[in-house]
Design a protein around this ligand. Sequence first.
Ligand code: HEC
Length: 143
Amino acid sequence: MRVRYVLLVMCGLLASACEPKAPAFTEALVLGGVRIEATELSRGQELYMRHCASCHGVDGSGRGPAARHIQPGPRDFRTGSFAHKSTPGDDLPTDADLLRVLKKGVPDRGMPPWGAMQEVDLRALANFIKTFSPRWRTSVREE
Ligand code: HEC
């Protein structure tokens, strides 16, 4: 009984030690022409690693372990190509587009809805996702 407890505690410690730890943001970034503070990006990163990386991948590639059986899987955030948006062609989505898809999800395609999260966290997630693609660093978003 005692041994089992010790094993359980050790597993817990190991699991947290093995969590992917990307370095936190130390500087604000200008993404889509908007300055995003480092604290917000770090918060978004933390939430992303906890809730999203299993499908979208630690690197944003869409190849997280839980996405293996989703066909077609999530798109590669690194390319900055999005499907769920109001903008024409291959233009980047607006913040409203990102927030909408986060809140509602795409349940029939395997993307869960995250509407129960606080707006401030959803915004941090949306802004963090932008760090995966260099496209946000160069383009100025039009609302
Ligand atoms: C269970 C797997 C899974 C999890 C967990 C998940 N997603 Fe998704 N997500 C998907 C799939 C699959 C799609 C693609 C849906 C489609 O093709 O229409 C998607 C699509 C998206 C899109 C839209 C991309 C586009 O092309 O427009 C965004 C943004 C997104 N996810 C963000 C997130 C964030 C942020 C989280 C964590 C809070 C998250 N996802 C968690 C599976 C997941």
